[in-house]
Design a protein around this ligand. Sequence first.
Ligand SMILES: NC(=O)c1ccc[n+]([C@@H]2O[C@H](COP(=O)([O-])OP(=O)(O)OC[C@H]3O[C@@H](n4cnc5c(N)ncnc54)[C@H](OP(=O)(O)O)[C@@H]3O)[C@@H](O)[C@H]2O)c1
Length: 425
Amino acid sequence: MRRRRSRLPVVDAAAAVPHLAKTGGAIVNVSSTLARKPAAGFAGFADYAASKAALEQLTRCWALELAAKGVRVNAVAAGPVETAFLRERMGLSEEAAAAVEAGERAAIPLGRRGEPDDVAAWIVALAAPSAAWVTGQVLGVDGGFSLVRWSRSPRPGHVVRPRPRRTVAEGRIDLMKIVVIGGSGLIGSKVVSRLRAAAHEVVAASPSTGVNALTGEGLSEALAGAQVVVDLTNSPSFEPQAVLDFFRTSGRNLAAAERAAGVGHHVALSIVGTERTPDNGYFRAKVAQEETIKGTGVPYTIVRATQFMEFLGAIADASLSDGVVRLPTGQFQPIAAEDVAAFVAEAALAAPRNGTFDVAGPERASFDAFVGRYLAATGDRRPVVADPAARYFGWTVEELSLVPLGEARLGRIGFDEWFQSRPRG
Ligand SMILES: NC(=O)c1ccc[n+]([C@@H]2O[C@H](COP(=O)([O-])OP(=O)(O)OC[C@H]3O[C@@H](n4cnc5c(N)ncnc54)[C@H](OP(=O)(O)O)[C@@H]3O)[C@@H](O)[C@H]2O)c1
């Protein structure tokens, strides 16, 4: 296998060199950060890494051999890129691939996996005439991945099993069984990936996996042996009475199942400022959810987040009237879902606070300015009008209704970075 991988570029180059010598062309090999970063845990990994290391040395040797013919040879060593490689080429299950991706995102200094364009741009640059005096070089295009240590990744199909609890006092990680209710949702799926990447046993529970917090179905089986439950559910209906019933009933069902299973920590996600907008039926339901949690006797932590950046488009659409996006002028400080997931995962691994804490995005601006920035970035030409009387999904927003008033922890991902790294299509 290794021979075949290193041989293909040789065959390609041999065929191309006569033409490149005539045209003054260049060869750009595509290597990988993994050529120089040892890791284990995947079948075939050693062959892959060794063949990429060979390709980098071929790049340098060919650069010397072909310089006399005017042919330049360089390579790009790409870091993890958003492609189907883990699933289709390495054959990882969805679960295993997601865990690897989450671990990579957490390790990459620039905070995201690359897009194919990030790498393609440098391949084109090395082939271009402007690089006429560059040869024999391997350029790392990897968000800084090559600079950091990277822990061993989970094996394909590896199932994390309950392990004996080891205490932090022993100087080791405390591995736990953690049940994420709503584990298939926007925040839930990211929290599941983060906790699995940290090697905890994580159950992603939701109606689609037979666990229903509203009816109680499947709860006792899912919670058996769990130390922590993270509630990231959302109501399928936002009609005020339905959402109130959803959060009250599911909160009570979860508490009963947690008490029966001896769960020691309940973590939930609420919203900054819920108590400050009493005409908002959804916010009233979140207040009821928080009150239910506080009254159950199960130790808890409530993370209260500002609006997710992922909903900027939906906010613009909901604020459209007569072709104009009409928005309130109050302050707005949205946070990326990835940052929310990081705070929730951190809370799940910490001791219960029996209290709440606020998290928000790193940038604050008026509502209209933020949504206008999003629309401009997407090339959406719908005019944005700032109107102090405009409503947010039909609700009044005062100047400070939706932003933290006191101390808050701020996410790392600003709007520009979020916009660049958001999934497209
Ligand atoms: N939107 C915001 O800006 C914002 C800000 C701060 C906090 N929050 C809070 O963040 C939380 C998560 O929001 P999200 O956007 O990540 O939610 P989401 O993507 O809509 O996901 C909702 C999850 O709840 C599950 N679910 C629905 N009914 C259930 C039931 N009866 N029993 C168990 N699970 C059930 C769904 O499972 P299926 O996939 O199987 O249907 C899904 O996994 C919500 O509580 C929300 O209030 C939102």
